[in-house]
Design a protein around this ligand. Structure first.
Ligand code: ADP
Ligand code: MG
Length: 728
């Protein structure tokens, strides 16, 4: 008898299952401990947090075989040993709010736990006044045995053996790279010149002499000498900078920078922000620019800098290994430091090259300076100065709507020559705006107190203490606040924040310079055309009339707009400068036409208070974090199929192609456009997470209306979610 074979079943979707907790932990651990040097960093930071005055590191096989960090800190209590290596156990943080003022380096309680998931950890520790210490080993977050009493010297010793023994791919890639030990030496060197009250040593297992050895000292230069050698130490200049004016971002910096005699193949930048060893590429680049301009022969400097800021201005929690921190007012601080470095180099006797260069003022565009403080017209350099390439506003002639782009390159462009850099440096050190009495205008004070009195206390608590989870869609971000989840409208939120910041910075703005002044009539025409059917040209005369009238009006108001809002309109009716409302943030220039139209149409020029309110609102709307004009490629791939654009954008290029050609292109994606769109969307999301949310926590006073107008929507609470999960 024939047995009928069943028809092949369609491919079933793979079953989703919950990962085993140990797998989850191992994946998370791999993020925290990326390589041996990250383990050493965590261990040394723990020792520093434990107030150690002596820390020694021993490493075998680049750290893969063996890492041991010993300190003379306060030790670990016997009763804490059972949970020491569980995930999220820490002695340094209890409430989320503590993060804002945290001084210790650790706070997540993840490092030791992570190490136990990817290596074998043994801890030996003794606390003050005990007769003996304890030794205990850990695997996968838990003790392997009861702690055993043992002889111990003051402090803690943590040993990791066979790192990544259970991650063969990582082990293999690391085994092939020989430089992990040098990374560890480099790391300890950096710690050693900052924490000069702590003695450090670092050596290879079995080696007679350490590669780093310092003793506690009170002189930084001595520490640098003993770590980096006399050749480096003799060519250093000490440097300081600070901003004490409370209306500006407050900070203090001190450090050492190399002079013209120092030459090296690459720059060494040792940076501590609030005692955390971090990297800051933009600061590094800004300093390199000054060196290239002033000391071309010593353009790869040695820099040690320690910056201290109010802890609430630093978001320490943005990077899995805490390598980077996010700073509020980063740009203004960088400018300030850049100016200090330039001044130092100019005033140092050893600088000769600089003076010969100043006799040939450059006409090329400055590439380094990002923000333009008040332009000092008596400064000859600022007169001839062009605008940084990345502030250029360009008109897209291929686009029928004449779309404006702000084309900010992902990375600031590289320097081409000494002279152009010099101009850049000069423009960064131009004098700051003097605070004006005008900020005391009562109407501004009234508008500010309206913000205060209209603030919703519940929402205020949410914005101050929420955690950003991610974007739920193009408009809404998902937040967690206590056990509640909220969707918040980022456009409304950013609009309000910008509005409030305009009022707070009133008459004290730094400026964004447009590369080429943009003619107001053209901008207004563009906005009017976008408003209605672009094809319809019937009313062009009328539109031109409106454009002309609005331009005249704005020209009349130019002085006030410039003085109070840093919106600069020249006598010819060109817009050339805009205010910096939030540091590190440039608005989407696609919205300039709309903004100019709005200034002309929607501002009440009659009554002072209303006038300031409406101008601030117009700026708020312009600077808000709107969705980019190009649709999100993640959701609208169709838009980027070339076929769709035949007859519009592409017709100029492809108009002569035959129909067959066209259909062949049907499914081809316009890669260039899609990558432009992807960049714009990624940039926006970055801005939302790293500019909007940190600033919002500090500054936003959410108005009552936001509780009911759909800006905040409570989605669910964790308790409910768990209940739902339990039922499944
Ligand atoms: P975190 O540093 O984020 O708190 P860790 O996993 O690095 O998390 O460490 C967990 C806890 O173990 C610390 O909070 C601290 O109390 C304790 N600890 C770790 N290393 C040391 C050490 N060398 N000396 C004293 N206590 C330590
Ligand atoms: Mg730690």
């Amino acid at each position: 008898m024939d047995v009928e074979t069943p028809p092949p079943c369609p491919k079933e979707p793979p079953k989703i299952h919950r990962l085993d907790q140990s797998v989850v932990n191992r994946i998370a651990a791999g993020e925290v401990i990326q390589r041996p040097v990250s383990a050493v960093k965590e261990l040394v930071e723990n020792s520093l947090d434990a107030s150690a005055t002596s820390i020694s590191v021993v490493v075998k096989d680049g750290g893969l075989k063996f890492i041991q960090v010993s300190d003379d800190g306060h030790g670990i209590r016997y009763e804490d040993l059972p949970i020491l290596c569980e995930r999220h156990t820490t002695s340094k943080l209890s409430a989320f709010e503590d993060l804002e003022t945290i001084k210790s380096m650790g706070f997540r309680g993840e490092a030791l736990a992570s190490m136990t998931y990817v290596g074998h950890v043994t801890v030996t520790t003794i606390t003050e006044g005990q007769l003996h210490g304890y030794r205990v080993s850990y695997r996968d977050g838990a003790m392997e045995n009861e702690p055993k009493a043992c002889a111990a010297v003051k402090g803690t010793q943590i040993m990791i053996e066979n790192l990544f023994f259970n991650m063969s791919a990582r082990r293999k890639t690391l085994q092939n790279s020989a430089d992990d030990y040098s990374k560890i030496v480099d790391l300890i060197s950096r710690f050693a010149i900052h924490h000069i009250n702590v003695g450090f040593s670092c050596r290879k297992h079995g080696a007679a002499r350490p590669d780093v050895h310092t003793v506690a000292t009170s002189s930084r230069i001595d520490a640098i000498r003993s770590v980096y050698g006399v050749v480096v130490a003799r060519d250093l200049l000490s440097i300081t900078a600070a901003e004490n004016d409370p209306s500006r971002p407050v900070f203090e910096m001190n450090g050492f920078i190399s002079n013209s005699n120092y030459s090296a193949k690459k720059i060494t930048m040792v940076l501590f922000i609030n005692d955390r060893l971090v990297e800051c590429t933009s600061l590094k680049r800004a300093i390199e620019v000054v060196y290239t301009a002033t000391l071309p022969k010593a353009s790869k400097p040695f820099i040690y800098m320690s910056i201290v800021l109010p802890p609430e201005h630093v978001d320490v929690n943005i990077h899995p290994t805490k390598k980077e921190v996010s700073l509020l007012y980063q740009e203004s601080i960088i400018e300030n430091i850049q100016a200090a470095v330039e001044l130092k180099l100019r005033n140092s006797d050893t600088v000769r090259t600089f003076h010969t260069q100043t006799t040939h003022p450059s006409t090329s565009a400055p590439l380094g300076a990002r923000r333009d403080n008040q332009i000092n017209s008596s400064d000859p350099v600022s007169k001839s100065q062009k605008v940084p390439v990345h502030k250029v506003v360009r008109t897209d002639t291929l686009d029928p709507m004449g779309r404006l782009h702000a084309y900010l390159p992902a990375k600031p462009p590289r320097q081409q020559g000494g002279n152009s850099c010099l101009t850049a440096v000069r423009c960064a050190v131009r004098r700051r705006r003097n605070p004006k009495e005008s900020a005391d205008l009562t109407s501004i004070q009234e508008l500010l107190s309206e913000i205060d009195s209209n603030c919703h206390s519940g929402l205020l608590d949410i914005v101050k203490h929420c955690t950003f989870i991610g974007m739920a869609d193009d408009l809404f971000a998902l937040l967690q606040y206590n056990t509640h989840l909220y969707l918040v409208n980022v456009v409304n939120l950013s609009k309000e924040l910008m509005y409030q910041q305009v009022l707070r910075r009133f008459a004290h703005f730094n400026a964004i310079q447009l590369s080429e002044p943009a003619p107001l009539p053209e901008l207004i025409m563009m906005a009017l055309k976008e408003d209605v059917d672009p094809e319809c040209s019937e009313n062009d005369d009328l539109k031109e009339k409106i454009a002309e009238m609005n331009t005249e009006l704005l020209k009349q108001k130019a002085e006030m707009l410039d003085e109070y809002f840093s919106i600069h309109i020249d006598q010819k009716g060109n817009l050339s400068r805009l205010p910096v409302i939030l540091d590190q943030y440039t608005p989407d220039m696609d919205h300039v036409p709309e903004f100019v139209l709005c200034l002309g149409n929607d501002v009440d020029w009659e009554e002072e208070k209303n006038c300031f309110r409406t101008i601030s609102a117009a700026l708020g709307n312009f600077y808000a974090m709107h969705s980019p004009l190009l649709p999100n490629p993640g959701e609208n791939l169709q838009f980027y199929k070339k076929e769709k654009q035949l007859g519009t954008r592409e017709d100029k290029r492809d108009g002569c192609k035959s129909l067959e050609d066209n259909s062949a292109m049907e499914n081809e994606i316009d890669e260039e456009l899609i990558s432009e769109a992807a960049t714009a969307w990624a940039q926006r999301e970055w801005n939302i997470q790293h500019v909007l949310f940190p600033s919002m926590r500090l500054f936003l006073k959410p108005p009552n209306s936001m509780a009911t107008n759909g800006t905040f929507v409570q989605v669910t609470s964790m308790e409910k979610l768990y209940k739902i999960f339990e039922r499944c």
